[in-house]
Write a protein that binds this ligand. Structure first.
Ligand code: NI
Length: 132
């Protein structure tokens, strides 16, 4: 007997997710899309180009995995370059600012509650993320 209620099964979609295919569905920058959810965390895809805003997250660690391209994560005391095939975990509370001179494609893994601009709210803030 299956003990998972039917209503919950409806949300479990067992299929592979192709990152390139999902990334081909949008072209804008600094506007994350949700492509997966598990354990209260979300898997998001985003493209960066240009300079983001300095911010931090009080209660959330963020993982940035570079799918294609590279970008610089500016911290107050140093800059860390993240290349394709690499990821960086940004601990909660640490101020950071992503800067991408060329377009970069990124997979994020972070709690569903994470706001892209953290403690800052401005025109770059995305409160409602689209699911792909
Ligand atoms: Ni952040």
């Amino acid at each position: 007997m299956c003990s998972i209620p039917i209503t919950e099964i409806n949300f479990i979609v067992m299929q592979t997710i192709n990152l390139s295919e999902k990334l081909s569905l949008f072209t804008d920058h600094f506007n994350p899309r949700v492509v997966g959810e598990l354990n209260g965390q979300q898997v998001k895809l985003v493209k960066f180009k240009g300079e983001f805003v300095w911010h931090h997250h009080d209660g959330e660690d963020e993982l940035f995995y570079v799918v294609k391209g590279s970008f610089d994560m500016h911290l107050r005391d140093k800059v860390i370059t993240i290349n394709a095939g690499e990821f960086l975990i940004m601990p909660r509370g640490v101020e950071h600012k992503p800067v991408a001179t060329e377009e970069v494609e990124i997979m994020l893994f972070e709690p569903a509650t994470t706001l892209n601009t953290g403690n800052v709210q401005n025109e770059l803030t995305k409160k409602e993320l689209k699911h792909l």
